[in-house]
Design a protein around this ligand. Structure first.
Ligand SMILES: [Zn+2]
Ligand SMILES: [Zn+2]
Length: 155
């Protein structure tokens, strides 16, 4: 084939977000020439032909970044408002800032007070009571197997 760069790979052939441009000056460890590709995002990347054929490389790396960002976003939104976290019962979500993960207004069932806590701290088990001594005691009565209450987290 006249447009073939190397076997099975043609000029302008698409591999995910990558488009094959030409034979690269770079070689893979086997000694075969890599393929210079242009990614949808505009970056160029030199990819092993075998990776393109096998569908292992589908972008310059930006695709993976985007997927990871999406997963992180989903993770944030997946906070379960119906669950109880230690003594905390979520009341409502509080607008999250760019820097911090979503905050939750939660009620401490030990004393009835509400407190704004980070969703991630609830999920990870770092925030389990409002921090009042009475509530910490209630918490340990209810969850005798729980590890030592780390008070510093609540400040
Ligand atoms: Zn890219
Ligand atoms: Zn409390």
């Amino acid at each position: 084939m006249e447009n073939e760069i190397v076997r099975d790979i043609e000029v302008n052939q698409a591999f995910g977000w990558l488009t094959a441009i030409e034979k690269s000056h770079e070689k893979e460890s086997s000694g075969a020439y890599k393929i210079k590709c242009q990614c949808r995002c505009g970056k160029t990347k030199h990819v092993a032909a075998s990776s393109l054929r096998a569908g292992r490389t589908l972008s310059c790396g930006c695709y993976k970044k985007q997927v990871n960002a999406q997963l992180k976003e989903q993770h944030k939104n997946n906070f379960d408002m119906d669950k109880q976290y230690g003594l905390f019962k979520p009341v409502r979500r509080v607008a999250s800032t760019e820097k911090f993960e979503r905050q939750i207004l939660a009620e401490c069932t030990g004393c009835g007070n509400t407190k704004v806590v980070l969703a991630t701290n609830l999920r990870m088990g770092h925030s389990r009571t409002c921090g009042a001594r009475k509530c910490v005691a209630i918490f340990h009565e209810q969850f005798p197997d729980a590890p030592e209450h780390r008070k510093t987290v609540y400040n």
